[in-house]
Design a protein around this ligand. Structure first.
Ligand code: SF4
Length: 180
């Protein structure tokens, strides 16, 4: 089955589930993500940062972003301290994370996982991408946590940065944090 066929199949199941339970598709997806976050919380905390990676959506970049697209996503040039991508990549680097990847689309996730071999992944995403990402991690037996965008769309999206930083830094003692 191709990626787009799997995606359609998943979305159809979500639709059926929503109809069956008399709720919206959004509520079904949000419930799945809450469950994934709860189940992954402990294992994520136990995983050292060197075994964790972060997926950031490209739509979180500033509109005048200069980041070139490389083999493993966009490469942040740290041109703007206000940019949330800059803030997340800088924090993760200080905490010794294995990597932060700025995805041009969800389809690159598998390629990066194959390349970086993480144990746990924090994904920042819209509901649909978080759902598909969560299902991919479930299939691969990896630990996942997601922070949903509070303003989604294709450009100029936003995430609650304090939530991301809190999860990035969870259970990491000061010795693991590199001095800037
Ligand atoms: S800080 Fe990075 S991601 Fe943000 S606009 Fe600049 S190059 Fe793009």
């Amino acid at each position: 089955m191709s990626d787009s066929t799997i995606e359609l199949e998943v979305l159809r199941k979500i639709k059926d589930e929503a109809k069956k339970n008399g709720c919206t598709e959004k509520e079904v997806i949000q419930a799945y993500i809450r469950k994934m976050n709860l189940q992954g919380q402990e294992e994520f905390q136990k995983t050292p940062p060197e075994e964790r990676i972060v997926f950031v959506p490209q739509c979180l970049r500033e509109s005048d972003c200069k980041a070139p697209l490389g083999e493993h996503g966009y490469v942040c040039q740290h041109c703007n301290p206000e940019c949330q991508v800059h803030q997340i990549t800088t924090a993760a680097k200080k905490l010794n994370y294995k990597g932060v990847y700025i995805l041009p689309g969800g389809s690159m996730a598998q390629k990066i996982i194959d390349f970086s071999q993480p144990h746990a992944i924090l994904g920042i995403a819209c509901e649909k991408e978080a759902l598909l990402g969560g299902l991919l991690l479930e299939k691969l037996g990896l630990v996942g946590r997601a922070v949903l965008l509070f303003r989604d769309g294709c450009v100029n999206t936003l995430v609650k940065i304090a939530d991301v930083l809190k999860i990035l830094g969870i259970n990491l003692n000061r010795r693991t944090v590199k001095k800037p």
